[in-house]
Design a protein around this ligand. Structure first.
Ligand code: R5P
Length: 260
């Protein structure tokens, strides 16, 4: 990996724990005004100090985030579909030059393995990796699998490994049973977990704990943070799990403490 690329990647991961708590707020790119993100600026401001990086689209960045903030940006550069239509039908929406102008530390797009537009989404990733290599920007592949497929180690492992083979520098997938098999199949490429739909805080912390124990290099979490009744407490609790090796009960106390 070239120097610039390594340098950008190192901004995303904590220098001590070598892991990351990425705050995902890119949901609007296909979901529109997602619960908890209607006023994205207001939602993100109290969380940003506890995030190692921010996953976001260029429009949201320009509208709601101050250019003076100093967290690394993981720029969502795919889209073109909505929840009203076929989700796998994505294109690349933002140029690599624009990513550079916005000072992105990484760019990201989704792949839909088993989805109707599987090939197109894989081609998007391959193209983005080529651009990333040319300009020294790392690429995070977000894995999704077809609607009928279980989110299990078989299918998420398939999608994650394909992302690695296409050259992704980081992979985001979902936690599942036998997660360590996915991590193993991704070799040296860091694997992060998405949080998925909002679940009970303790369950989300357990999921993060299990994922890190199975080799995940952190989380790229959105709804389980910003839709929590205590978002700042929740991101602090997630940090405790990811960076401080906290047990679930310990981390849960961190979340509850902030609620008082
Ligand atoms: C999904 O399309 C987006 O990439 C989200 O950033 C990702 O799913 C992580 O957010 P959440 O933890 O809410 O699933």
């Amino acid at each position: 990996m070239q120097w610039g690329m390594k340098n950008r990647l190192s901004r995303i991961f904590d220098p001590v724990s070598k892991k990351t708590v990425m705050l995902a707020v890119d949901h609007g790119y296909f979901q529109g005004p997602t619960t908890g993100l209607r006023d994205l600026g207001k939602a993100v401001a109290p969380l940003l100090p506890y995030a190692d990086s921010l996953m976001i689209t260029r429009g949201a960045l320009r509208n709601w985030i101050s250019p003076e903030m100093n967290k690394p940006i993981v720029l969502r550069v795919s889209g073109g579909q909505s929840i009203l239509k076929e989700l796998s039908n994505e294109v690349l929406t933002t140029s690599i030059q624009e990513a550079i102008r916005l000072n992105a530390s990484a760019v990201t797009c989704s792949i839909y393995v088993g989805g109707e537009f599987e090939k197109e989404s894989l081609a998007n990733l391959a193209k983005l990796v080529d651009l990333g290599e040319e300009y020294g920007i790392t690429v995070l592949a977000v894995t999704a699998v077809g609607k009928e497929m279980e989110r299990d180690a078989r299918y998420l492992g398939l999608a994650s490994r394909i992302a690695v083979e296409l050259g992704a520098h980081m992979v985001k997938t979902y936690y599942c049973k036998d997660f360590e098999q996915i991590v193993e199949a991704c070799g040296n490429v860091p694997v992060l977990i998405a949080g998925g739909k909002k679940i009970d805080e303790k369950d989300a912390l357990l999921m993060a704990r299990n994922a890190v124990d199975a080799g995940a290099k952190g989380v790229d979490m959105g709804r389980n943070v910003f839709q929590s009744d205590n978002p700042a407490g929740m991101i602090k609790a997630v940090r405790a799990v990811v960076h401080d090796k906290a047990a679930v009960e310990q981390a849960y106390q961190v979340y509850k403490e902030g609620k008082k």
